[in-house]
Design a protein. Structure first.
Length: 77
């Protein structure tokens, strides 16, 4: 699992899709299936954490002084 920590979001998703494919085949020994499942859960958390981090960045915008401030869309009424 330590080899997953430096993956990009795209790499983690690709590995997660590979694991899902292997588990969906259904011809996996129980011990290996458990290992795949654990790796898949770890990859899922990595992807979720990366998305949350990006979401936090997206709700902020730099002002003219180069400071990050909350991004607020003002809708016309």
């Amino acid at each position: 699992m330590d080899n997953f920590k430096d993956l990009t979001f795209e790499e983690a998703m690709e590995k997660l899709e590979e694991i899902i494919g292997k588990l969906e085949e259904g011809d996996v020994p129980l011990e290996k299936a458990i290992s795949y499942y654990q790796d898949g859960m770890h990859l899922s958390k990595i992807c979720s954490d990366k998305l949350n981090h990006i979401q936090e960045k997206m709700v902020q915008i730099m002002n003219e002084q180069g400071e990050l401030v909350p991004f607020d869309i003002q809708e016309d009424e």
